[in-house]
Design a protein around this ligand. Structure first.
Ligand code: SF4
Length: 386
C-alpha cells in the first residue's frame, strides 16, 4: 500500500464542513443541507479522524488551520471550539498564533457567533460576499443580500483585523458598470484581503442547465478581461498586492494556508471529499457522509483513493501551482527539489512563451506576465508533461 501517512515536515490542516443552508445555483461542491443531528454526528466523527491521524503520523506539527466548505459558519462556536481543542490536544501548533481561518457566509454569522469564534481560536474570516448587487446575488442563488453582507462586515471589522472578502465576476448578465460598483464597494470597506474569481459554470448545476437551454449567456471574453484588468489596476492602486492570480492582499495579510497549496507544500485534509498531500502522495477521502461515518466508526481511515504521484506529475503540479503566484517559480529551488534544470525540461516552451510575452524570466525566477495572467489556464496548460 502506498504510504500516505509519511509526512516529513509541518503541514497545513484543512477541515471540510460539508453543510450549507441552501445550494447556490453555480455550486458543484459536495454539500448537504444543514441538519443538527447529522452535523453533531459529523463533528464526533471528525474528532475521531483527527485522533486517527495523530496516532499514525510521525510529524505532528501544524502550520495553519483552515475550515472550508460547504459553509463552515453553519457550525456553532461550541462545535468549532471542540474541534480546535481536539486538534491542539493531538497535534502541535508551530506557534500560538497560527493562522486559523473559517470560511463564512453573511447570513450565518451574527455578533455573538463572531465573538465566540474569536474566543474559540479563529483569527481569520473569509467571507463569501460574492457581489454587492442584490440582483446578482439572487441570480447566483445566494440567500443573503447586500445589507446582510454590509452588516456582517461591520461586526467582523470590530473583532478581526485579518479577514477576506470573496467576490465573483463574469456573472451572466453582469455589466461592466455593475462590476465596478461591486469592486468599488469592496475597496471602500478596505479589507486586508480580497479574492476575486471569475464564475465557472460547472456541469450539473442549475446555471449550466439554463445555459444549455439558452436562457442565459456567458459574458464575452473581452468583457471578462476588461473586468479582471480593471480589478487588478484598482486593487493595486489601493495598496493591494496581487500575490496570486485571484488573490490580493495588503502587506502581511496573504493567506498563509492557501500559500501552502500554491507553494506545493504538504497539507492534511479531513472530512468527506477532502484530500491531503504529503509531498509525494495524494489521498482522497470518501465523499458520501454516510460511508465516511461508517469508516470512522470502524476505526478506518475514510480514504477512497491514494495516488502515488510520478516525478512528471509532481513537476507539472509544481509548475502549475507556482506560476499562479506573483513570485513565480524559483529556478534554483526547482533544481534542488527535482534534480533537473527547469530549462532542460521546459526550455523550448519557456522560449516560446517568452516570445509571446506570456512569461518572463530573470536570473532567479520565472513568472507570468500581465498578458499571461489574463490567459491563465491556457498558459499553465503549456507546462503539462506528456
Ligand atoms: S455556500 Fe458555497 S459551498 Fe454552499 S452551496 Fe453555496 S457556493 Fe456551494
Amino acid at each position: 500500500m502506498i504510504n500516505f501517512l509519511n509526512y516529513k515536515e509541518p503541514f497545513g490542516l484543512y477541515i471540510h464542513i460539508p453543510f450549507c443552508k441552501n445550494k447556490c445555483n453555480y455550486c458543484d461542491f459536495y454539500s448537504l443541507k444543514t441538519c443538527k443531528n447529522l452535523m453533531d454526528k459529523y463533528i464526533d466523527n471528525l474528532k475521531e479522524e483527527i485522533k486517527l491521524y495523530s496516532n499514525n503520523l510521525d510529524v505532528h506539527k501544524i502550520k495553519t488551520i483552515y475550515f472550508g466548505g460547504g459553509t463552515p459558519s453553519t457550525l456553532s462556536s461550541k462545535s468549532i471550539k471542540e474541534i480546535l481543542k481536539t486538534i491542539t490536544r493531538n497535534f502541535v501548533v508551530i506557534n500560538k498564533e497560527i493562522e486559523t481561518t473559517i470560511e463564512a457566509n453573511p447570513e450565518s454569522l451574527d455578533k455573538n457567533k463572531i465573538i465566540s469564534y474569536k474566543q474559540a481560536g479563529i483569527n481569520r474570516i473569509s467571507l463569501g460576499v460574492q457581489s454587492f448587487i442584490d440582483k446578482e446575488l439572487d441570480f447566483l442563488g445566494r440567500i443573503h443580500d447586500v445589507e446582510d453582507s454590509l452588516n456582517t462586515i461591520e461586526i467582523i471589522k470590530n473583532y478581526f483585523d485579518n479577514y477576506s472578502l470573496d467576490l465573483i465576476f463574469a456573472i451572466p448578465g453582469q455589466t461592466f458598470k455593475k462590476f465596478k460598483q461591486s469592486l468599488q464597494q469592496a475597496i471602500k470597506i478596505n479589507p486586508p484581503h480580497i479574492s476575486l474569481y471569475n464564475l465557472q459554470i460547472e456541469e450539473e448545476t442549475p446555471l449550466y442547465k439554463k445555459l444549455n437551454k439558452n436562457e442565459i449567456e456567458r459574458i464575452s471574453e473581452d468583457l471578462d478581461y476588461k473586468m479582471y484588468n480593471y480589478a487588478i489596476k484598482q486593487l493595486t492602486t489601493n495598496n493591494y498586492n496581487q500575490y496570486e492570480i485571484s488573490n490580493f492582499a495588503k502587506k502581511g495579510y496573504e493567506s498563509k494556508h492557501n500559500l501552502t497549496y500554491w507553494n506545493y507544500k504538504p497539507y492534511l485534509g479531513l472530512g468527506p471529499s477532502a484530500h491531503g498531500f504529503n509531498g509525494s502522495n495524494r489521498y482522497y477521502n470518501i465523499q458520501d457522509i454516510k460511508s465516511y461515518n461508517k469508516e470512522i466508526s470502524n476505526c478506518n481511515f475514510p480514504v477512497e483513493k491514494i495516488v502515488k504521484l510520478s516525478k512528471k506529475e509532481l513537476i507539472t503540479e509544481r509548475m502549475i501551482m507556482g506560476l499562479r503566484l506573483n513570485k513565480g517559480i524559483n529556478i534554483k529551488e526547482f533544481k534542488n527539489r527535482f534534480g533537473i534544470s527547469i530549462f532542460d525540461l521546459y526550455g523550448n516552451k519557456i522560449n516560446k512563451l517568452k516570445k509571446e510575452n506570456l512569461i518572463k524570466e530573470d536570473n532567479e525566477k520565472i513568472t507570468m506576465t500581465k498578458k499571461g495572467l489574463n490567459l491563465g489556464n491556457l498558459v499553465l496548460a503549456e507546462f503539462l508533461l506528456e
